[in-house]
Design a protein around this ligand. Structure first.
Ligand code: FEO
Length: 401
């Protein structure tokens, strides 16, 4: 049976959710699933905005057929050709062979690469081009690298609807709800929005800033992303978050503590630091075991906090591998402007502190506080002054921000 929602008088959500996929892009865990959104405009012409991942293809086709009724499908606008949105193009063309595809030149090229058929009639559009489908006039804006090079977003001038491709998307399945005001977004969804943005688009902050500037002149009443809820009530909230994330500005003056521990001694040091912070009245921090926490969660938290404490044992004379993986991901995603404090441990050759400092020096504006906390095997009773000094330094830096 169909499962659709009405977005506006003329626009239907015809997407669906996958609750069985364990990892997005075969990397990022999806404990609450993911939605693939597609939208159908019923004007004088009928227009489908993007398709879906093939995993939900049957549901999607039922939805489109139901919302169309007896009408033909006239246009398919493709904002993004990544297979989680373009895999069902062929099925659309089989059922509605007369449909005209509207997309970018780069998109046509990439569709060919993936083996997605472009159909008989493809109209290539570029920045600033417009189309009229009856009552609704749309304008196309290029958005390269948000999240792939071919991406565009489409703005329906008539109803103020932005079809934003991956931008403003969120992990998690839509369980009947569709709009941001139907959920407690801050409590239940922000973590999914942050983890989605930072891991999927986080590398391309400059390009996201360019898109935000283009959007700043538009009267946006709805944001229809390809993942997660439709924004209609709290649009400034997500725009503000995107501005912070894409400019690599911390959301909060607080501390992320990530530890890498083999036998619990480096973990004990991280706990001692956390307790000392709490004792001084600082409670806005989170602590994670790098071996137990998927790096996508660590990346999201790294974009959130202003300060990061890395507590790491030395391993094979190097950085403990899961910690090195986290640092490499941080670098790949272009994180900047965080302040670090380092805890190093080693039983005969303490190398992790120097190596982590060296790694961070290769990134943009990632200062490391002095002194670091050095442990030989375990934190002895005589280490209390060093812990105090370490925590006082973090505290002073937090107050500066
Ligand atoms: Fe949701 Fe870049 O695909």
């Amino acid at each position: 049976m169909h499962c659709v929602r009405k977005v506006t008088e003329d626009l239907w959500w015809v997407g669906g959710s996958d609750r069985r996929l364990s990892r997005f892009e075969n990397i990022h865990p999806l404990p609450r699933g993911i939605s693939y959104n597609s939208y159908l405009l019923l004007d004088e012409q009928t227009v489908l905005f993007d398709t879906v991942d093939w995993a939900i293809g049957r549901q999607f086709l039922e939805n489109v057929k139901y919302a169309l009724g007896e009408r033909p499908l006239n246009y398919l606008i493709i904002n993004h050709v990544e297979p989680d949105h373009a895999a069902a193009i062929e099925e659309i063309l089989i059922r509605w062979p007369e449909v005209r595809i509207i997309t970018t030149a780069k998109s046509v090229q990439m569709m060919g690469q993936f083996g997605f058929p472009a159909g008989e009639c493809t109209e290539v559009v570029k920045e600033g081009d417009t189309r009229c489908f009856g009552k609704h006039h749309v304008t196309f804006y290029s958005a390269p690298m948000v999240h792939w090079p071919e991406v565009m977003v489409t703005f329906d001038e008539t109803d103020g609807v932005l079809f934003s491709a991956d931008a403003f998307g969120t992990f998690n399945a839509l369980n009947g709800v569709l709009f941001d005001d139907e959920v407690d977004f801050e409590r239940d969804w922000m973590e999914g929005a942050r983890r989605y943005y930072t891991n999927i688009v986080g590398k391309y902050g400059g390009q996201v800033q360019t898109l935000l500037k283009k959007l700043s002149g538009l009267s946006i009443r709805y944001i229809c992303s390809l993942h997660g809820p439709v924004w209609r009530s709290n649009i400034p909230t997500i725009l503000e978050k995107y501005d912070k994330w894409s400019s690599y500005t911390p959301e909060e003056n607080g501390i992320l503590i990530v530890y890498a521990s083999m036998y619990g001694n480096t973990e004990a040091a991280a706990c001692a630091v956390a307790s000392a912070l709490a004792e001084r009245g600082i409670t806005n921090f989170s602590m994670y075991d790098v071996s137990e926490t998927h790096v996508s969660y660590l990346i999201a938290e790294s974009f959130r906090y202003s300060h990061i404490v890395l507590a790491c044992v030395t391993y094979n004379l190097g950085i403990y591998p899961p910690m090195l993986g986290y640092l490499e991901d941080m670098k790949a995603l272009n994180l900047q402007n965080r302040t670090f404090a380092l805890v190093e441990n080693g039983s005969w050759a303490r190398r992790s502190g120097d190596l982590m400092a060296q790694f961070l020096s290769g990134m943009k504006n990632m200062p490391v506080l002095d002194p670091r906390l050095t442990i030989t095997s375990s934190l002895g009773k005589d280490c209390a002054p060093a812990v105090d000094s370490f925590v006082d330094t973090i505290l002073a830096s937090l107050k500066e921000d």
